[in-house]
Design a binder for this molecule. Structure first.
Ligand SMILES: NC(=O)c1ccc[n+]([C@@H]2O[C@H](COP(=O)([O-])OP(=O)(O)OC[C@H]3O[C@@H](n4cnc5c(N)ncnc54)[C@H](OP(=O)(O)O)[C@@H]3O)[C@@H](O)[C@H]2O)c1
Length: 259
């Protein structure tokens, strides 16, 4: 008879930007599936609230403040986790910003730097800094969070110009890192959400034009919910995906993705 098991039992996961939205749902799901999850975001108050909420659900979680754009914060996130657990198995790099939504040709150098610093540079360096502490445990899974817009940066060009382009960079980063890290037993994959109802997404999800667009163009005819990204993250973190690496997986209700 098959034995019941929790797919992430005994694993330790670090999830950035996990006090709200997609990151919070992923943290919750990984913990439900048996992992100890280190929750993090920029604000101590948000970290405390998220940790408290998950603990009241009986989940194994702890919290560390981390602005992913700050090297010293990334070092603390990794250092505290390694000090407590000796290493970790799962890294979900979920933080991103879009500080001044607009067209690419209106993007200033300061906005460009902010977007690429948080969304791309920090994702890469957090993973690079984390991998030595992950690979020795033998089950290392790195998961980036890009976007459907990474495939189609021209789609929402009026608001997501440089942000979408930063998400395109993550698609390539996933391929490149998977190639280099495969021989070391480290898997690298990426989730590309469509339109998801979160604080970050609400400028679009609540826009009448977007609602109409989704009704007519999205095969599932609706926006996604943060919880609908969580199962995919848990799958990519688990042994169920042990032969999958270098993949950018779109979860967008059927909206077409093509570069
Ligand atoms: N929502 C969508 O439609 C959608 C679609 C495609 C892709 N995505 C991607 O999904 C990811 C999560 O987005 P979301 O919609 O879930 O956002 P959200 O609901 O607005 O949550 C944002 C989270 O990020 C934290 N955060 C913000 N800046 C941070 C930083 N520099 N360092 C660390 N934490 C930071 C926030 O907490 P603090 O304020 O405490 O830092 C909060 O926990 C992003 O990568 C986004 O690009 C979202």
């Amino acid at each position: 008879m098959a034995r019941l098991r929790r797919s992430l039992q005994g694993r330790v996961a670090v999830v950035t930007a996990s006090t709200d939205g997609i990151g919070f749902s992923i943290a919750q799901r990984l913990a439900v599936d048996g992992a100890h999850v280190v929750v993090s975001s920029r604000k101590q108050k948000n970290v405390d609230t998220a940790v408290e909420k998950l603990k009241t659900e009986g989940l194994s979680v702890s919290g560390v403040v981390c602005h992913v754009g700050k090297k010293e914060d990334r070092e603390r996130l990794i250092g505290n986790t390694v000090a407590e657990f000796g290493g970790f198995d799962i890294l979900i790099s979920n933080a991103a910003v879009n500080p001044d939504p607009g067209r690419i040709m209106n993007c200033t150098e300061a906005v460009w730097d902010k977007i690429f610093n948080v969304n791309v540079k920090s994702s890469f360096f957090l993973a690079k800094e984390a991998i030595p502490h992950m690979e020795k445990r033998g089950k290392a899974s790195v998961i980036f969070v890009s976007s459907l817009m990474g495939y189609i940066p021209n789609y929402a060009k009026d608001v997501l110009g440089a942000y979408a382009l930063s998400k395109t960079a993550l698609l390539g980063l996933t391929k490149l890192m998977a190639l280099e890290l495969g021989p070391r037993g480290v898997r690298v994959n990426c989730i590309c959400p469509g339109l998801i109802e979160t604080r970050f997404g609400e400028a679009i999800t609540k826009d009448e034009r977007a609602i109409k667009f989704m009704k007519h163009n999205c095969p599932l005819q609706r926006n996604g919910q943060p919880e609908e990204m969580a199962g995919l993250a848990s799958f990519l973190a688990s042994d169920d995906s042990s032969y999958i690496t270098g993949e950018n997986i779109v979860a967008a209700g059927g909206l077409q993705s093509a570069l």
